[in-house]
Every structure is written in structure tokens, then in C-alpha cells.
Design a protein around this ligand. Structure first.
Ligand code: BG6
Length: 481
């Protein structure tokens, strides 16, 4: 199998916050890899825009260093040719400096995209100046990052400040989970195979588990994280998107609004949560490693670094099927997985019915992308009809060879911006609906002065999270890489 790289049209991409962490770690190395793959045309241009007083050469050096540090695996040595496409302008997002210069740099006749790799507090200022200085036009695209607000009210404000300047069809809200190859594969799996869809409902599915486990702590970004917590940082966006893709009805077409309409219906079907359906946790220091409170530099913090939820969707397809969601820092392994646990057989013809277990379809999102389907077979040998449960294993790297070496989520998403394809980006109403469900959960904790349970570093989370499933006669899957 040979993957096809189709070059995108020539573009001018302005990266506001072009010297910042996200730009250096993800956006610029990602663009370099797309350049090396032949997808980014030779005459595409990237213009860094930030407060720092740099010239184009200074910026090229900064980008060269970023590629050295974060460029990852590429066989391409053509850094100089890539850097030649870079330019830089010093802009003041809240003042007038630099904007006319930027306007003068934009080439007519090519695609214009503006990446707001800055805090949400600057979205409105930059959007307004892009119009006031005549830089934006009807075809310009703007790309914004999470956090898209911290509650419904702030998300509405952000949406309004962007809508005052741009049409919704020009706004690309990034959730980088949607750019992950296996996450897109969820749609291919569900809607490209006849096999699963007839079983994909409350009649055959017992429950679904969604796990996004990380081994990293919050050290280094504690100040941001402590105001956010796992619910805002991961659930409201990434886990919600995974839930949508697993639970949505088939869209009539794989195109932006058909897909996003269906996702929105899932979010709107989410039932409010009761306190006993939520477990919050905080990792605790041990002899050698610091705990959450030290990492966050807040010794009284009640922010959660772990959360587990039992979620229900009030619709025909999923009535009575619990979705168990969990995510946390400093857990035993870095592993993201969606497990679809089917119901047990209605009747057993075998004597050893104890050995019969449910089929489980486990979709491993990272780090080793693949799928396993647990099935029951006969234990080999002459000892009668004994049953064993074995996984049918498909690691995408083995099945697809080099083609499994997927581009990083950001690479895919930036190319989609240039192609003008919004399918993998969140629409304003989706984000607002997600906050509408999240807000009362968070305000409930505040009203109750809820304090997270502690958990050990390297564990699978607090004991109470196990009880959440145990009470229902179920069990979390092991977190393993
Ligand atoms: C980010 C969160 O959006 O996603 C981080 O802010 C988290 O806290 C990260 O670590 C996880 O992303 P990935 O791609 O490593 O799973």
C-alpha cells in the first residue's frame, strides 16, 4: 500500500504566537514534515507574528532550533529550503504596531489562513484587527485552539467575538484528538464496515469504556492546569469528541455539517450527572516523586488530576447503556482506548458456561494504534469442549506497514484548514453544548466543596473509580501499553 500525498494549494499561513510553545513544539515541526512529504507546495509561506522583536532571519533560526528539538522522525534534510519560505512580523495584538506591515506581506491570489496560537483572551483583538487593517477577506480562515472558554458564558463570548468578524464557515476550532489517525478510524470502522453497525446499540452492547490515561504529571503547566482540572482540560473536549464518534448516528455524508450535526445530537442527549456518578482524584506524593499539589504549587488545591464518570445518553440507540469515561495524569501507562463490551450470550449450549465471556472490541488509540476483538473459541486439545477467550489482534503498524506511520494530528488538521475542510473541527454550537453539560457538574463540586480522592502515582486511579463500576457488576479494563 502506498499512501498518496496530494499537494495543497499555495497559501500564506500567519501564526500568531509564532514564537510560543505550541508553535515550536507542534505547528512548525508539523509543517516541516508536510513540506518534506511534498504536501506543502514550494511556494507556500509561513509568517510568524508575535510580540518579540525579531527579524525574518532571527525567526528562521528559532524555527530551525524547534525542528531540531521537536521535528521528530523525517528523512528530509531540506531544512534550508523550508526556512526560506518563512517570514516574520512583530505585532502587538492589542495595539496598532505591525498590522500594516503584515497586510503588506499577504500575497493576493493564494489561500490565507491565520492561526491564533495565543491565549483565548486575544482571539477577539486579533480577529478585529485582521478586519480593520484589511488583512482578512471572505475566504480567509482562522484557526483557534483550546481552551475554548472555561465555561458556557466565556465560550459564548469567544464565539461572539469571532462571529463579529468571521463567518462560521471560516472558523476552525481545533481539538487535536480529532486529528489523530485512529480517532478518524473510528468513523471508518463504524461506517465503512457492515459488520459492526447492526450490533452497535443497546440491544447488543452492555457498556462502553473510554480511557485516556497519561503518565505525565502537570509539572511545568501547573498554574494553568490548577484552574482547569481534568474535566475542563480533557473531558469537555477530547473525551467528549471520542464519545460523539462512538455514539453518533451515521451521518448522511462524510462532510462537515452532516458529521457535526450528528455529534451535536449526542452532546445534547447527555443526561445530567448525579454526584455518585463522578469520581475525582488527585495524585499523591511518594518518597521520590512530587504530588499534584506540589506540581501545581497550591498546597490546598482541590483540582482533579483524574476523573471517572458514568455517563448516559437519552436516546433510542443508547437507552440503558452506560458509558464509563476516565482520564488522569500520572497513571500506570500512557494508553488511550475505547472498549465496546458486548452483552453475554442469551443462552449457553455449553456445559462450561462459566467460561463464556462477552465479546469486547477494544480500539487502541495510542500509543500502539490497533484493534482487538475478544472472542470465545474452543480450547485446543482432546479434553472435551472447553472454551477459552482469545483476542483477535490487529496492530495497524503490522497490517499497514509504513503507511501506519501516520502524520501527527496537527499536520493533518493544518492541511485540512488549507483544503477548507471543516469536518474535523468543532462548530461553535458543539462547543457551547459541551459546556452546557459540563458547567453544572463543576458548579456542583464548588457548591459541595468537593475534595478529590487521592491516588498513588503509577496506579490506575482512586479506589472509588473501581467502585463506580463494581457497583454495577462491571470492571474497568487494565490500563496497559
Ligand atoms: C491537551 C491537554 O489538550 O492534551 C493536556 O491540555 C494533555 O493536559 C494532552 O496532556 C494530551 O494529548 P495527547 O495527544 O498526548 O494524548
Amino acid at each position: 500500500m502506498v499512501s498518496r500525498v496530494i499537494p495543497v494549494d499555495p497559501f500564506d499561513l500567519v501564526i500568531f504566537g509564532g514564537t510560543g510553545d505550541l508553535a515550536r513544539r507542534k505547528i512548525l515541526p508539523g509543517l516541516f514534515r508536510r513540506y518534506c512529504s511534498g504536501q506543502m507546495p514550494a511556494d507556500a509561506r509561513i509568517i510568524g507574528a508575535a510580540r518579540s522583536d525579531l527579524d525574518a532571519d532571527g525567526y528562521r533560526q528559532l524555527v530551525r532550533d524547534a525542528i531540531d528539538e521537536f521535528g521528530g522522525k523525517t528523512t528530509c534534510n531540506d531544512v534550508d529550503a523550508f526556512l526560506a519560505n518563512l517570514d516574520y512580523v512583530t505585532v502587538d495584538a492589542r495595539g496598532d504596531q505591525g498590522w500594516e506591515e503584515l497586510a503588506g506581506k499577504m500575497r493576493p491570489g493564494v489561500i490565507h489562513a491565520h492561526y491564533f496560537s495565543v491565549g483565548p483572551g486575544l482571539f477577539g483583538d486579533i480577529a478585529e484587527r485582521l478586519n480593520r487593517f484589511g488583512i482578512a477577506h471572505d475566504d480567509s480562515r482562522v484557526v483557534v485552539e483550546k481552551p475554548f472558554g472555561r465555561d458556557l458564558a466565556s465560550a459564548k463570548e469567544l464565539n461572539a467575538s469571532l462571529a463579529a468578524q468571521f463567518d462560521e464557515s471560516q472558523i476552525y476550532r481545533i481539538d487535536h484528538y480529532l486529528g489523530k489517525e485512529t480517532v478518524q478510524n473510528l468513523m471508518a470502522l463504524r461506517f465503512g464496515n457492515l459488520l459492526f453497525e447492526p450490533l452497535w446499540n443497546a440491544q447488543y452492547i452492555d457498556h462502553i469504556q473510554i480511557t485516556v490515561a497519561e503518565t505525565v504529571g502537570v509539572g511545568g503547566r501547573g498554574a494553568y492546569y490548577d484552574k482547569s482540572g481534568a474535566m475542563r482540560d480533557m473531558v469537555q473536549n477530547h473525551l467528549m469528541q471520542l464519545l460523539c464518534l462512538i455514539a453518533m448516528e451515521p451521518p448522511s455524508k462524510f462532510e462537515p455539517d452532516s458529521v457535526r450535526d450528528e455529534k451535536l445530537k449526542v452532546i445534547r442527549a447527555l443526561q445530567p450527572l448525579e454526584p455518585h456518578e463522578i469520581v475525582r482524584g488527585q495524585y499523591e506524593a511518594n518518597d521520590t516523586q512530587s504530588g499534584y499539589r506540589e506540581d501545581a504549587e497550591n498546597d490546598r488545591s482541590s483540582t482533579e488530576s483524574y476523573i471517572a464518570l458514568k455517563v448516559a445518553l437519552a436516546n433510542w440507540r443508547w437507552s440503558g447503556v452506560p458509558f464509563y469515561l476516565r482520564t488522569g495524569k500520572r497513571l500506570s501507562a500512557r494508553s488511550s482506548e475505547i472498549a465496546v463490551v458486548f452483552k453475554k450470550m442469551p443462552h449457553s449450549i455449553f456445559e462450561e458456561s462459566d467460561n463464556e465471556q462477552a465479546n469486547i472490541l477494544a480500539i487502541q488509540l495510542q500509543p500502539n494504534e490497533g484493534m482487538t476483538l475478544d472472542v470465545t473459541i474452543k480450547e485446543p486439545g482432546p479434553g472435551g469442549m472447553r472454551l477459552v477467550h482469545v483476542p483477535l489482534d490487529m496492530t495497524f503498524a503490522e497490517a499497514l506497514g509504513e503507511d501506519a506511520d501516520a502524520p501527527d494530528a496537527y499536520e493533518r488538521l493544518i492541511m485540512d484548514v488549507i483544503r477548507g475542510n471543516q469536518t474535523l473541527f468543532m462548530r461553535g454550537d458543539e462547543v457551547e453544548a459541551a459546556w452546557r453539560w459540563t458547567d453544572p457538574i463543576i458548579s456542583g463540586w464548588q457548591a459541595r466543596n468537593d475534595v478529590p480522592k487521592t491516588y498513588d502515582i503509577g496506579s490506575s486511579g482512586p479506589m472509588d473509580a473501581h467502585m463506580l463500576l463494581h457497583r454495577d457488576g462491571r470492571k474497568w479494563r487494565d490500563i496497559k501499553q
